[in-house]
Design a binder for this molecule. Sequence first.
Ligand SMILES: [Zn+2]
Length: 167
Amino acid sequence: MNHLTETQLQGLADGTLRGPEGLAAREHCETCAGCDAELSAYGALVRTLSALQDPPPPLDFTASVLAAVEVRETQLSQRRHTLLASLPAAAMAIFAIAGWALSTTPAAHVDRLVDGVTVLRHLFGVLTPVFNAMRLPLGLGAFVFLAVVLTALSRTLRPIHARAPGN
Ligand SMILES: [Zn+2]
């Protein structure tokens, strides 16, 4: 029989190599001094590893974890306040866009409509974190509000689009 591979020796040492293969490997070790020596070394390694214990946590472990949690909560609530403050700004931006759209003369070009869509896309970027922060109720409210504004916008802009030259 060939000498045992490292995998076989490790399996014998940690007891995962069983059955006929484990039996054959053990028999080989009894007749082969080289493999037996390696098996002893692996066995010693396995015993050392299993004797290792997790280092004890530092004495102030709980206190430092709680302090970290407190800092995180403070940061989260500050972020929430920032988002709350940004909500009126976002609403004002919607009003500004709606006002701009309503004041647009019928002769406006499609380019300006495209500009408006770009602005709305940016506005969505601003509102997405707000939705995330407010969760469902306020987020849905803002969404409905935005939908109403968009409906108003489309009603205002559709005739312009239809009347645009070359369409
Ligand atoms: Zn051998």
